[in-house]
Design a binder for this molecule. Structure first.
Ligand code: SF4
Ligand code: SF4
Length: 82
């Protein structure tokens, strides 16, 4: 369970679906042309596999802090937050 860790996918996503394939928990899927996170509580704490595979830097993580949410939606490149 990772209540304080899950990916947030931003507008840079081109729906290549690589993150879907790489996710060990199978919780990312494509719905109506968007990547959606199905069960955030199954995300593995500290896992960055989906971001590592993403070629367009479309993934940041909620890490329990309000800052991580702010950066995800502010459009600020914040790749090295952790
Ligand atoms: S790997 Fe990145 S660009 Fe590809 S579908 Fe996932 S978030 Fe979107
Ligand atoms: S952080 Fe890991 S477990 Fe969570 S969605 Fe991404 S690849 Fe899956």
């Amino acid at each position: 369970m990772a209540k304080n860790w899950y990916p947030i996918i931003n507008g840079k996503c081109n729906v290549c679906k690589k993150c879907i394939i790489v996710c060990p928990q199978n919780i990312l899927c494509e719905e109506k042309g968007q990547i959606v996170l199905k069960e955030a509580d199954k995300c593995i704490d500290g896992c960055k596999k989906c971001r590592e595979i993403c070629e367009v830097n479309a993934i940041t993580y909620y890490d329990g802090t309000s800052e991580s949410l702010l950066y995800a939606f502010s459009g600020v490149c914040h790749h090295d937050h952790h």
